[in-house]
Design a protein around this ligand. Structure first.
Ligand SMILES: *[C@@H]1O[C@H](CO)[C@@H](O)[C@H](O)[C@H]1NC(C)=O
Ligand SMILES: *[C@@H]1O[C@H](CO)[C@@H](O)[C@H](O)[C@H]1NC(C)=O
Ligand SMILES: *[C@@H]1O[C@H](CO)[C@@H](O)[C@H](O)[C@H]1NC(C)=O
Ligand SMILES: *[C@@H]1O[C@H](CO)[C@@H](O)[C@H](O)[C@H]1NC(C)=O
Length: 389
């Protein structure tokens, strides 16, 4: 590590500045001078004016994404000087007070005299840039033909603390029956002794509610308890845990991927059973409808098929042997049992209690016989009594 060059000796210029503030008020701006001060004074003034007019870079931005580390700023432009402005970047390991050039010797990149307003410290390998657990400060100044601007400092950072974590990469999904096997790679490699990633899978059935798996260090996550033959979508997220800093950095979600669970053995069996039951039901309905139609349009069917008119079997038997008590049997069969029952409502008035006097309302349902019923009922409410005749 090489210490930085000493800053320009500003105190040497102080008398000059004081002198200029005394006589320079009426002077035209640098670069547009005509007659007036001696060439020597003019040269000195131009130098001072240029120094004071060389603006410092502005809007410094530290860019930390995955393994990438970069510093960028707004370019410095001068309207009256076409020579290119160059920039110098320095870094500091906090809490040290030494500043070091960002050059090939200290870092792998050279940002000591660059024209583009950006210094890229590392691209796709964390071990190329600043150590990710170090506290780093950066500063930049503009330079023009030996003149320099003020240093401008960027906010300090620690890569593990400040970096934006991208989504996991190379996401592979293997659909299974009622589950997904999801495999992916980490956003970037970290030394296991310093940090690790935790992964989350956000998933939902299409049009359903989003769920999230518990944090898992494995980059192979299985989503269980999914329905077979359904479309599910998911996103994967990594969270960086910095062990010594005790800091976690949630990462960005991956793009949405969707896939369909397969029909496994049991689902296929279910399908077969469903189809069988469905076919059976359909056939039953068809057969039932046919039988009903045949029943309803029996005469028509008979007519169509020209079958001779027949006599019911029992009637035929009777006709053959009229002594058979078929009609009685038919009678007995046809008269419903209810016909033999009377519904009797018995009302006992309170005055006549104890005298066993009975007022009865007889509701005849169908039977021919009506008889008032006597009984020693003590009820004061109407009572339904069913009497077998
Ligand atoms: C990093 O260094 C800066 C500047 O010295 C200091 O203000 C800051 O507190 C340090 N951060 C940590 C986490 O030590
Ligand atoms: C990163 O760089 C280091 C040394 O510069 C090297 O040993 C390592 O293999 C690189 N890693 C990757 C992923 O390129
Ligand atoms: C890094 O994070 C700290 C707080 O955690 C913040 O003060 C600092 O400004 C951040 N640095 C950058 C470059 O964003
Ligand atoms: C993490 O995932 C692996 C592989 O899917 C699984 O075996 C393990 O139980 C999971 N751990 C937790 C805490 O869920």
């Amino acid at each position: 590590m090489r210490p930085p060059p000493p800053p320009p000796p500003l105190w040497l210029l102080l008398p000059l500045l004081l002198w200029l503030s005394g006589c320079g008020a009426a002077a035209p701006p640098a670069g547009k001078q005509g007659l007036g001060p001696t060439p020597d004074a003019r040269r000195r003034r131009r130098r001072t004016d240029s120094l004071s007019q060389l603006p410092a870079p502005r809007n410094l931005k530290v860019y930390l994404y995955n393994t990438q580390q970069a510093l960028s700023w707004e370019p410095v432009t001068l309207s009256n000087d076409l020579r290119p402005v160059v920039y110098q970047v320095q870094h500091q390991y906090n809490p040290s007070s030494n500043w070091y050039d960002v050059n090939k010797e200290n870092s792998k990149v050279d940002c000591t005299n660059i024209i583009v307003p950006k210094c890229v410290f590392s691209t796709n390998n964390l071990s190329e840039g600043f150590p990710p657990s170090f506290n780093i400060s950066l500063r930049v100044q503009a330079k023009l033909a030996g003149l320099v601007s003020d240093w401008v400092m960027a906010p300090w950072f620690q890569h593990y603390r400040n970096a934006t974590i991208g989504p996991p990469e190379n996401i592979w999904v293997t659909p299974e029956e009622g589950s997904f096997n999801i495999k992916f790679s980490s956003p970037f490699d970290v030394p296991a002794s310093e940090a690790y990633f935790l992964y989350y899978v956000y998933y939902w059935e299409k049009g359903g509610i989003q769920q999230v798996t518990r944090p898992n260090r494995s980059n192979f996550i299985t989503l269980n308890n999914l329905k077979p033959l359904r479309a599910y979508c998911f996103q994967v997220k990594a969270e960086l845990f910095w062990i010594s800093g005790k800091i976690s950095r949630p990462g960005h979600l991956s793009d949405i991927s969707c896939s369909e669970t397969t029909a496994g053995a049991s689902a296929k069996l279910q399908q077969v059973i469903l189809i069988a039951v469905g076919t059976f039901l359909l056939l039953s309905v068809v057969v039932g409808t046919c039988l009903f139609l045949v029943q309803k349009y029996r005469s028509l069917v008979k007519y169509w098929f020209q079958s001779p008119p027949g006599i019911p079997a029992r009637l035929e038997e009777y006709l053959k042997d009229p002594d058979q008590p078929i009609l009685d049997a038919l009678d007995n069969d046809s008269s419903p049992k209810d016909d033999a029952w009377d519904s009797v409502s018995i009302v006992l008035s309170p005055e006549n209690e104890g005298e066993d006097v009975l007022q009865s309302t007889v509701n005849q349902s169908a039977g021919p016989s009506q008889q008032p019923v006597e009984g020693g009922l003590q009820a004061s409410e109407p009572t339904d009594v069913t009497v077998r005749t």
